[in-house]
Write a protein that binds this ligand. Structure first.
Ligand code: ATP
Length: 199
């Protein structure tokens, strides 16, 4: 599995549609200060489901939408598409190429797509979680983040490792199942009470 391309449209400083193509191996993004190198990484995080504005170096989620420049009016939406080569079947989906799209409108609505079909954020998180590039994005190590990982408490470090190993997905499913079980238990108790009253 490798990332094939990333298309940004209306995302941060990338007002016009811009596609970056990646070959297997190492890719370097070079450019002057403030030219948008980190915005490319933000786009990668964002399309994979990042929900924290701070992680994307903004104050609010809407800050990812092109805010305009002296010569260009602000845009109403941001869109990023990531295309992944899945010829080795690393992602649990029956396609050799998978594209993930996230779109956000200034009014706040967000849309997600897998291969052009609308889906939920959860579908994208589940698709990616086994590949090690899950929600918490520990495969992207930002400036200064390495020190944070090295200095983290053992429990926090365990969470990083669990995320990378794909365990987190099962933990989330277990928590969801336990919540359902609790609700079911409450219903059962209520039913027992009602039956007792009817006797
Ligand atoms: P450095 O080498 O200094 O780290 P960089 O190449 O990583 O810089 P970025 O931080 O990616 O640069 O880009 C910063 C630029 O993106 C700034 O000029 C900022 O004005 C612009 N920018 C960020 N968000 C938006 C937005 N929503 N709309 C328009 N421009 C934006």
């Amino acid at each position: 599995m490798h990332l094939k391309s990333l298309t940004l449209k209306g995302f941060k400083s990338f007002a016009s549609a811009t596609t970056l193509r990646f070959e297997p191996g190492i890719t370097c993004v070079v450019g002057p200060n403030g030219s948008g190198k980190s915005n490319v990484l933000d786009a990668l995080q964002w399309v994979m489901g990042e929900q924290g504005a701070k992680s994307l170096r903004g104050g609010k989620m809407e800050d990812v939408i092109f805010a305009g420049t002296a010569g260009r009016a602000p845009l109403g939406r941001a869109e990023v598409t990531l295309t992944i080569d899945n010829s080795d079947g690393a992602l649990p989906i029956d396609y050799t190429e998978v594209s993930i799209t996230r779109r956000m409108f200034r009014e706040g609505a967000t849309e997600y797509e897998i291969n052009g079909n609308g889906c939920r954020l959860m579908d994208i998180q589940e698709l990616l979680s086994d590949s090690g590039i899950g929600r918490e994005m520990h495969v992207i190590v930002g400036q200064g983040q390495l020190a944070a990982i090295l200095e983290s408490k053992p429990e926090e470090r365990r969470a990083f490792i669990e995320e990378a190993a794909g365990v987190l997905k099962h933990r989330r499913r277990k928590e969801k199942a336990l919540r359902k079980l609790d609700a079911m238990q409450a219903n059962l108790t209520r039913l027992t009470d009602l039956t007792a009253e009817l006797r």
